[in-house]
Write a protein of this length. Structure first.
Lengths: 191, 191, 191, 191
């Protein structure tokens, strides 16, 4: 099975997720600067989520570039990833409506954490399909970054019940971890 | 006629259907765990629908891989399928608003059942275009699975008026029937 | 300039238009059959619009298959077409909210009529770019069907102020006119 | 890295942005012509935004046609551009809700101005990746048009607090500046 349509479908879903999040945001209640200021936290949450989905798209792009064959297991692991990413607009809206309540903040972590698990499952399914000696297998290696991210989400979820802003800080931390470009795959492909 | 643009259009519509369903869901009324718990049934309906649309995408992907030529009849059979799938977000919203009323539960079955009919029409149109000896014709065969699915929907629709949860169980049954990967086409292509 | 990205963008916009129309529809007010029956007219308007957008996609698909070169004028004529099609979900929602008021019914005709003009402009721009002797030029010919459609819309718009259902009948007539598959391009390509 | 998937993702996001703007618009309050007339300003804002996004798509199309290689920096500059364009539906809705309040009018300018900056960053990143002697570098040159646009937005934002319609006029001016087709890249490619 070739990767073309899976890439196209993933691009489609991610393009929609990244764009409709903004449909979920309530606009300022009136035309004043104060009303805009009130909306700043949720707009920052939007920025955070946009970067997150952008990162997934970027990494997915890199991952699939090194992939030549996929099978049914890869398709389902990828759908699992897309499922959790599709919930991002939902939790953002809840965050907005409940003004960053602890439960919604924790739910945001659950959704992002499960997406991280889904990405990791997709990687593993691609490696299982392409073989331990494939470019992806060598590039991903032990996938320390992926494991650290999941660990941070595991911490951030209970943290939301004690101090929401701590867990939001942890979500930002994961982003920073990934914004450092992942040169592993590019390097392996070139080397 | 080549299959490229029909695949792209189908991918686009399915990517949107699968993603906007979540726009239709109401978020929990407040930031409490109880409010989240109240939303669990509709979230499960979302999971169910996500898997259903995912299955259609997966099977469509397999079907088109074995297809080399299409004609106007295939395009319209495919649009018929997409029409019914586009109604999935609508019935989900209704299920949510009417808290799984019998009529909405039956409507969900009508939509999924008609989508199953649409998929079957698309298969038949592809076979009519490619010939009885084509890879698709041999792979699909008598399409027992498709016929059983439609039969289950025919049972599930009246069942909703007696006991909603029975028909929801039948919808889950169809999913389980299809989650067993459909290796027929892959096998025929390889053999 | 090649046609690839214009096709991809058009597919994207049409896939979204055809899918989000359903987001605009209000679900039945409760879970009763009576509430569903009340929604039948707008659901029929949805079916009508789905077929219309499907027809545009189908014809666009055929048109671009016969096209090898495009230029800036084609891109803008195509954007003009997409603009009017993007308003279809808006007028449908208005039709729904105003329960098929004469003005909204006329507006629906304006939107569809302008889309028909846009399609005709796109055809002409493609012919201007490819030359009078190109496959498209010979296939489209005098484009009688396109001209008749626009004429019907010109009649249907004022008719809405006298009798809405007459203009809706005229909209259905245009669809029937086009559902007869447009074999001109296919025939010219083969011949 | 090839350009295919970045083009596909950008097409997806732009197709969605251009289409969902209309979801944000409130339909006329009733079926009267007066109610429609009341909606004319926001419909014109929609036309303006549609042309703006259409221009970005057009220019992006031209730019990428001259591009053969991209890197991570191009991907992120492009995501920055898409981020600001994704906010267009949000500010349009705010413009509508606050009936063109000065702050919302200024915010519209901020969003469009930052998108212009994002486009310019994408151009620079492509040139940095392809080299000073690449087709894009020669075609874009000093990018006077891009710089003038950003300058006009810088003027239009404070102008909104004095006279909203002046800044809207300035937004229209930028569009007119770009509607004159940008033949630089095509000419350089041919020459």
């Amino acid at each position: 099975m070739k990767t073309g349509r899976m890439e196209a479908f993933t691009d489609g879903v991610l393009a929609i997720v990244i764009t409709i999040m903004v449909l979920e945001l309530k606009v300022p209640v009136d035309g004043s600067l104060a009303a805009l200021a009130e909306r700043v936290p949720i707009l920052l949450a939007y920025v955070l989520s946009f970067i997150n989905v952008g990162l997934y798209w970027n990494n997915h792009h890199h991952l699939l570039q090194a992939t030549t064959r996929i099978d049914g297991r890869v398709l389902w692991a990828n759908l699992f990833l897309l499922f959790w990413l599709s919930l991002v607009p939902f939790v953002i809206r809840w965050l907005d409506d409940s003004t960053f309540s602890p439960v919604a903040t924790a739910a945001y972590g659950v959704v992002l954490g499960m997406a991280a698990v889904g990405y990791s499952l997709t990687e593993q399914a691609i490696i299982a399909c392409g073989g331990r000696e494939s470019a992806v297998a060598r590039a991903v290696g032990a996938d320390l970054k992926g494991k650290i991210s999941i660990a941070i989400y595991v911490l951030a979820i209970p943290a939301a019940f004690i101090l929401q802003w701590l867990s939001i800080l942890l979500y930002v931390l994961v982003i920073l971890l990934w914004l450092v470009p992942d040169r592993r795959i590019e390097r392996t492909l070139e080397g």
